[in-house]
Ligand binder design. Sequence first.
Ligand SMILES: O=C(CO)[C@H](O)[C@H](O)COP(=O)(O)O
Length: 231
Amino acid sequence: MADIEQLKRAAGEAALAFVEDGMLLGIGTGTTAEAFVRALAPKVRAGMKVTGVPTSERTLRLCQELAIPTATLETMPKLDLSIDGADEIDPQLRLIKGGGGALLREKIVAAAAKRMIVIADETKLVDTLGAFPLPIEINGFGMIATYLAIQEKAKGLGLTCDLTLRRSGEEPFITDSGHLILDASFGRIPDPEALSRALHDVPGVVEHGLFLGLSKDALVATANGVRHLKA
Ligand SMILES: O=C(CO)[C@H](O)[C@H](O)COP(=O)(O)O
């Protein structure tokens, strides 16, 4: 298999073919999204006019370092295209995202875009979502009650889940929006739509990393080239 970093770069570069002059772009978070930003930078230096709405402070810093013009969703609430990575991609292009902790902003940005294109290396393809622990962004208030309510919801769907509070060193990981993340290991998620609805019913859940129906295109880099998958 080709080197993973090479594959991420190939996926990031492939996304450039979809970027047009004048576009307002949602820009994802993570190493594959960073590969896209690094591929975009020379185009911008050469005169391409795009404005990026970064999905995290980390991506914002990278755009600033590379002199890619940025804006916020407050000033640019409608985007032409969002380009972002994923932790898992199933055959219907349903995704698990949030490994980098940016799922809330990533989902808001993806929903604000006319089109979302997922970029990934082939290791992200799965038959059934759920081997990667599902990130669930929660409010810090009543964390234990929220934790128990998520477990109840999972039980109601016949699922068991192991919930772990994400940490950054010794401290809880805090998202860019000031929330906590519970990583939920389900093993497999046979009905992502049902789980999504159930999680949204829990008041302390701010958002979860199931991205359902948001992307109709994925550029997946393999040892034999980049495949364009469509839902
Ligand atoms: O959802 C994300 C960040 O919240 C990332 O897109 C996802 O974790 C994939 O990251 P990488 O490209 O580094 O493998």
